[in-house]
Design a protein around this ligand. Structure first.
Ligand code: CO8
Length: 262
């Protein structure tokens, strides 16, 4: 599939997807969601890719939400199809077998916030603004915001954001626990890439297992979560990386993970 609404690059095992409709502040339309979904499938099939970084084109926006021009033409059935398409793409992002970092470089509104919420963590530029302003359009978040936001920042802060549609600047978003790190705008991608490289240098099996254990346990009770962790731990112990990591420690040298899924 040719991409016209996203940029997709892979460098040294790190994939970058850039939402690329800067004239519409990278708003999510049908075509963009199809391309995004296609790129995520490619990433999941490519064992050489270790980390995904998501960002937006231009200085103003990560993603300013679903494309309201397109949204305004939908009847209820089209709205349901579009909401399912967005949820499926964003679900694929959350379920990606490698870590995904959102580098939020401006407005992350509506579907844009929901996209960032499905990443494993968020770095934001000083000028980033988060929000779920759907209430101002007479609708509600439809790409998972009513579900993922309360799980991340707690129900009360999430409800305040959803009921008021308020804009949340980066420092406040960090206080909420929505954002891990705030960076100067010109440092944002460097910081995200630096962390991506750190993760990419770890064992491939253990990084994937850690993500599965955390995500698998989040929606389960503690006892089920601990079982998930045990299974993931056992899987790691069978890997070449665990052999290398423990041997390197005992030999007092730095581990040299080969990047195999064995
Ligand atoms: N969709 C389409 N176009 C957009 C969007 C958008 N979401 N946001 C901005 N644009 C366009 C503007 O129309 C404008 O285009 P043009 O230059 O042709 O007039 C251009 O981008 C620049 O925008 P502004 O001139 O408005 O820039 P400002 O700096 O004045 O304002 C804002 C920036 C505050 C981000 C403002 O553009 C804004 O409020 N945008 C809309 C934000 C919003 O409400 N997002 C939520 C959308 S709904 C959603 O995401 C629901 C997801 C679930 C859907 C479920 C489906 C059924």
């Amino acid at each position: 599939m040719a991409y016209e609404n996203i940029l997709f690059e892979i460098t040294e095992g790190i994939a970058t997807i850039t939402f690329n409709r800067p004239k519409a502040l990278n708003a999510l339309n049908n075509a963009l969601l199809d391309e995004f979904s296609d790129a995520l499938e490619k990433i999941n099939q490519d064992e050489e890719i270790r980390v995904l970084v998501l960002t937006g084109s231009g200085e103003k926006a990560f993603v300013a939400g679903a494309d309201i021009t397109e949204l305004a033409t939908f009847g209820p059935l089209q709205a349901k199809v579009f909401a399912k398409k967005g949820q499926s793409a964003i679900g694929k992002l959350q379920a990606l077998n490698i870590p995904a970092i959102a580098a939020v470089n401006g407005f992350a509104l509506g579907g844009g916030s929901e996209m960032a919420l499905a990443c494993d963590f968020i770095y934001a530029s000083e000028n980033a603004t988060f929000g779920l302003p759907e209430i101002n359009l007479g609708i509600i978040p439809g790409f998972g915001g009513t579900q993922r936001l309360p799980r991340l920042i707690g129900p009360n802060l999430a409800k305040e954001m959803i009921f008021t549609g308020k804009m949340v600047p980066a420092p406040e978003a960090k206080e909420y626990g929505l954002v891990n790190k705030i960076c100067a705008p010109d440092q944002l991608m460097d910081e995200a890439m630096k962390t991506a490289k750190t993760i990419a240098a770890k064992g491939k099996v253990s990084v994937r297992a850690a993500k599965q254990a955390v995500n698998g346990g989040l929606n389960a009770d503690l006892s089920t979560g601990l079982d998930i962790e045990c299974d993931a731990f056992a899987l790691c112990m069978a890997s070449e990386d665990a052999k290398e990591g423990t041997t390197a420690f005992l030999e007092k040298r730095k581990a040299d993970f080969k990047g195999n899924l064995k």
